[in-house]
Design a protein around this ligand. Structure first.
Ligand SMILES: [Mg+2]
Ligand SMILES: [Zn+2]
Length: 220
């Protein structure tokens, strides 16, 4: 049986040019948030714990301001709209796998990607400060406490039926890249792939990935 291509694409730093959580914190969090960021980067605390702590610094009633801020400042990488349209046209399943939060990821991708194709974290604004929800946490094969666990999501798709393509930019894509059939990498993910001898194609716009799909065809 031949396999069908399926694509898992990161959001922050991949579809958008910059990391939105960092940008949001720079503008909305009180002093001291950098300490939590450093603890995440130094792996003193897990991504899930760190992101939970970061958003708990921000009052819930700033939600709309944050959404407007992201919509007006975040830039979508060149070729993404065309890439999304191409996958639709050729029936290639395209999923967004993001450590971002629904309340800014959904509006950014509105009209380009259906919400049922987006795996990301959830949010609750009922309390004093923003609470993050974790609908896609790690399975028993992952002990990273990822928050939104990308390898767990990939494992949910049958490897005998799908050729899994991962597109990403950073450390949070690494575990998924390890179990992917094909990796498109930029930025820090390139360094990690080099270090661990994971095969990858570098990319800077989504036009390059469209070109790859065009050359390789939908089925393997
Ligand atoms: Mg990223
Ligand atoms: Zn995990």
């Amino acid at each position: 049986m031949s396999k069908t291509k399926i694509i898992f694409c990161d959001f922050d730093g991949t579809i958008t040019e910059k990391d939105n959580i960092i940008d949001i914190m720079k503008n909305f969090a009180p002093n001291g948030w950098e300490l939590i960021k450093d603890q995440i980067l130094n792996q003193e605390i897990s991504i899930r714990e760190g992101v939970e702590k970061l958003f708990s610094l921000i009052p819930s009633d700033r939600k709309n301001e944050i959404v407007s801020y992201v919509l007006s400042t975040a830039k979508i990488r060149e070729g993404f709209n065309e890439f999304a349209a191409y996958t639709k046209e050729h029936n290639i399943p395209l999923f967004i796998v993001s450590g971002g939060i629904d309340f800014f990821v959904y509006p950014m991708l509105d009209g380009i990607i259906n919400q049922n194709k987006i795996y990301c974290n959830g949010s609750n604004f009922q309390g004093e400060t923003i609470q993050i929800l974790w609908p896609h946490s790690c399975d028993s094969s992952c002990s990273n406490d990822c928050g939104c666990c990308k390898p767990t999501i990939l494992r949910g798709y049958d490897s005998s039926r799908y050729e899994k393509i991962v597109i990403g930019d950073s450390i949070t894509d690494l575990q998924a890249a390890k179990i992917a059939d094909k990796v498109f990498a930029r930025d820090f993910l390139i360094e990690k792939c080099e270090e661990l001898s994971i095969a990858y194609d570098p990319f800077s716009t989504f036009y390059e990935i469209v070109q790859y799909l065009e050359e390789k065809g939908v089925r393997v």
